[in-house]
Design a protein around this ligand. Structure first.
Ligand code: DP6
Length: 329
């Protein structure tokens, strides 16, 4: 059982089918448009937060070692927000372990801040409902608001802090075949890449203006179980995001030749009658969206291009027993 002032939570990353790229409010992390994602059933982050009045400052241990300064600073800022909500001042010890390759474009900050939002809010005595928890997670990393939600999440752009949160939407069972072509840290973080795109890409207004329309089409396709439309919208929107990013100054390019080869493999599979549509976040790794029945064939086809892992829809953030978090749980 949890000691008073201690809570442990687990969350998984999500992959967006309609992407979030760009903020209209940097401080509140309000996105320029809404987005839609699948919460994965893999790569959990488990985080324990213990409030301790004897501490002089917050501590943050990540995967068994003190966290790097930048990650620690972001976590402390997040805890400040939680303390503000809770009317508390005591500092906390945060111990976190994750299985996702950090910085490789698998959005592990989403799992990290979703787990931290739930664990920290409980440890400080808050009992937030799902929208409030999603809003809190959003303040850590925009995409984290979607990892609060089970299976498929729609993040409403909203017009202010209160209206910008994610909620579950109906969608058919899908698989993502993740092809890791490069596991190293990305050169330009999502946060910096978004800033640069918004400030310099001539295509940014068009990106912002068209994404809500694509999102509406995606919500309709998901509700109807129209796999063909879901797939086409997914690949098209991902390539549109990379196009608006590529046009930044100085230019940013996340996709590598090996990434493009995965997009080509998806096209060849489609030509052969197999459901396969590619998408990629701010990094070189590519996910191929497919029907559950086609997943094995897709995985076999892309196996020569990188390390392959097939994932499906998974649970949103939840509380777990406050044992020492360990990678692999
Ligand atoms: C390309 O949520 O990591 O994965 O809000 O600045 O923390 P911040 O950005 P983050 O960006 C994710 C961008 C993306 C697309 C997506 O997940 O929708």
């Amino acid at each position: 059982m949890s000691a008073p002032g201690t809570a442990t939570a687990r969350a998984q990353p999500n992959i967006a089918l309609v992407k979030y790229w760009g903020k209209r409010d940097e401080d509140l992390i309000l996105p320029v448009a809404g987005s839609l994602s699948m919460t994965l059933d893999a790569f959990p982050t488990t985080t324990r937060v213990s409030v301790d009045p004897a501490l002089d400052e917050d501590s943050f241990e990540l995967n068994g070692a003190p966290a790097p300064a930048a990650a620690r600073a972001r976590t402390v800022r997040f805890l400040e927000r939680v303390r503000e909500l809770a009317g508390a001042s005591a500092r906390a010890r945060v111990v976190s372990a994750n299985e996702a390759p950090t910085g490789a474009g698998l959005a592990s900050s989403a799992a990290g801040f979703a787990a931290l939002a739930l664990a920290a809010s409980r440890a400080y005595g808050l009992d937030l409902d799902a929208p409030a928890l999603s809003r809190l997670a959003r303040r850590g990393s925009g995409s984290a608001c979607r990892s609060i939600v089970d299976r498929y999440a729609l993040w409403h752009a909203g017009t202010d802090d209160a209206s910008s949160f994610a909620e579950a939407v109906p969608a058919p069972d899908m698989r993502l075949v993740i092809v890791t072509v490069d596991g190293s840290e990305k050169a330009v973080s999502s946060r910096e890449g978004m800033r640069r795109t918004a400030a310099t890409s001539p295509f940014y207004p068009a990106w912002a203006a068209t994404t809500e329309q694509t999102l509406e089409e995606m919500v309709t396709a998901c509700a109807a179980g129209d796999f063909e439309a879901i797939g086409q919208l997914t690949e098209s929107h991902a390539l549109r995001m990379h196009a608006v990013i590529n046009a930044s100054m100085p230019p940013v390019r996340y996709l590598a030749p090996a990434s493009v080869a995965v997009f080509d493999a998806a096209a060849s599979l489609r030509a052969a009658g197999v459901s396969a549509w590619a998408t990629a976040d701010a990094g070189p790794n590519v996910c191929v969206l497919t029907r559950p029945d086609d997943a094995a064939e897709v995985a076999a086809a892309v196996a020569p291009l990188g390390a392959v892992r097939t994932v499906g829809p998974g649970s949103g953030a939840r509380l777990v027993d406050s044992a020492q978090p360990e990678a692999g749980q």
